[in-house]
Design a protein around this ligand. Sequence first.
Ligand code: GLC
Length: 428
Amino acid sequence: MQQLQESTDADTSWFVQDRFGLFIHWGIYSLPARHEWVKQRERIHDGAYQRYFDAFYPDLYDPQAWAREAKRAGMRYFVVTTKHHDGFCLWDSDLTDYKATNTSWGQDLLAPMVDAFRTEGFKVGFYHSLIDWHHPEFPVDGLHPMRDNRDFIEANRGRDIARYREYLHGQTRELLTRFGNIDIMWFDFSYPHRTWGGKGKEDWGSDELMRMVRELQPGIIVNDRLEIGGDVVTPEQYQPRSWPQLDGRPLRWEACQTLNGSWGYDRDNLDWKPTDMLVRMLVDTVSKGGNLLLNVGPNARGEFEPKAVERLHGVGEWMRLHERSIRGCTASSFNPPPDCRYTQNGDRLYLHLFGWPFRHIHLEGLADRVDYAQLLNDASEVRMFVVDPNQRAQNTTMGGIPPGTLTLELPVTRPPVEVPVIELFLKG
Ligand code: GLC
């Protein structure tokens, strides 16, 4: 059930302006390269999983290059996995040895990343896993890699969630006091009813944790996965059918999506979304009042793989021409034609065409509302007219057009962009 516990302090003005961010899933799971849940899926014991910690050496890591790629793609904020479910930490935490600075790489990976993205003008977000499959006090449960290992469960019956909670709160404090102003805190995830030993707000001490987060970073945006709500709801790997609501009230929301079904680098996963689908997902999200957080899982050398770069460039080329149909835009009250979406920003209405119809498109309720229309990619005029609703169809003359409909005259040739957009200048 979606919940919200919005903080009046949370600064979301930039969030609803930017609309498009980069999600980064990176850690030692990039070495097995079989999805970020590999330890859980393959029931890998800590001892065996240690080989990835020992081999971790991202010699091609260049966070400036990541930030430039994200900027070029049109993204304006980023959220990175400071620690994922396997417990490995990207920063030099005082509270554990299981961190990047203890690998043969020997350096903090988070600080240079935050600096690089800030240099490109990005807002900074921290994903932090509530789950920890490495911590010795994290009680085994039905999701744990050792969930079927009777001996392990027996030997670890005495684990104390209170001591793990202390660790979780301590690390959260580190993250929110060492890296300057943090704009988003992205906790993941609560599962009180999903399996035996499921964990939720009591286990995490969510109320106290949320209080601390807001004290340390008053304007921060916190997501909705602490089981006590948050400032933004986070549908994952699906596109909501309409603007998510609670008791009839539209919610602030952000869809998080992968490029190929996996968050972490997954070498053999070929389920890649084509660029035009990614653009349509971005448009669809903003047309329903939401943000898109699009993920990249860098490989263990520290690079974005070519297929990811190719798609970021493709989305970026579309954003270069159509940025104003996304930034600061939201849902419109006008009803779009089939296979189209509207985004709106004040007196500018953007018609996004997912299909390219032959010659005409009819816009319900806009007959006397539009001053001018143009294709956004090249600012070429789109001619428009209103067909008399009483006009009868005959030969080349169309008829049966409902009253209040504005008809646009389209070129036969579809503009050479992932999703063509017509910018409509609404009358004042
Ligand atoms: C889910 C996945 C997790 C991923 C997160 C991102 O919780 O389990 O691996 O990090 O979604 O939204």
